[in-house]
Design a protein around this ligand. Structure first.
Ligand code: AMP
Length: 220
């Protein structure tokens, strides 16, 4: 099963990815997480990506496409993938489609999580992360002790690109460069829409039911 999670920053794609890989035996791949790891390790990729990320823009296609496609060739992706944050442009989607054709893979579905812009700004600017990558929200998912991770006690920080002015820029990039993918995948009959204003559990229940049905249909 090969799936894409599509939606604006802060729609809950990461949260849903964590839950869905517990339901289905597929590899969850987040290009955002891969880039953040590269930045913190100071690799050549990280050095190239950092300024684009901090400004809320996209890392150029010629950098990210190679990284994402290489990841899809790893052993753990044999039984399928759940992509979170890739593709984000029509160029990336074309490259992915071509690569899947060449490797004999078929896309199962594209899961679009829809949330209004104002709600996104509210959600993302309250988001805090710990060193281990666990995500909290100051209002909706607060840690037990303010400013500290429940798991490892490390101080929580706000991602540079979660600051309100950067969130607005990321949203405008989403509208201009990523939203065309909605039509792109709709035309291919792959798009499934989910109401991201619902609770994470409700969204998860809906997605899981849809994916389970798709899997049954695939097996027939
Ligand atoms: P995310 O955690 O998915 O919101 O990604 C954080 C940042 O990483 C984005 O704002 C972009 O700067 C960069 N990024 C992640 N995935 C991609 C992609 N597929 N194409 C270009 N830039 C990306």
């Amino acid at each position: 099963m090969n799936l894409i999670l599509l939606g604006p920053p802060g729609a809950g794609k990461g949260t849903q990815a964590v839950r869905l890989v517990q339901d289905f035996p597929i590899a969850s791949i987040s290009t955002g997480d891969m880039l953040r790891a590269a930045v913190s390790e100071g690799t050549p990729l990280g050095l190239k990506a950092k300024s684009f990320m901090d400004a809320g823009g996209l890392v150029p296609d010629d950098v990210i496409i190679g990284v994402a496609l290489e990841r899809l060739r790893a052993d753990d992706v044999r039984d399928g993938f759940l992509l979170d944050g890739f593709p984000r442009t029509v160029g990336q989607a074309d490259a992915l489609e071509q690569d899947m054709e060449e490797t004999g893979r078929k896309m199962t579905a594209v899961l679009l999580i829809e949330v209004e812009d104002e709600e996104i700004v509210r959600r993302v600017s309250g988001r805090r992360v710990s060193k281990s990558g666990r995500t909290y929200h100051v209002e909706f998912d607060a840690p037990k002790h303010e400013g500290r991770c429940d798991i490892d006690g490390s101080p929580l920080i706000q991602r540079e690109d979660d600051k309100p002015e950067v969130v607005r820029e990321r949203l405008s990039v989403y509208h201009e460069q990523t939203m065309p993918l909605i039509e792109y995948y709709d035309e291919r009959g792959l798009l499934r829409r989910f109401d991201g204003s619902r609770s994470p559990t409700e969204v998860h229940d809906h997605i899981r039911a849809t994916v389970a049905t798709l899997r049954l249909e695939d097996a027939l």
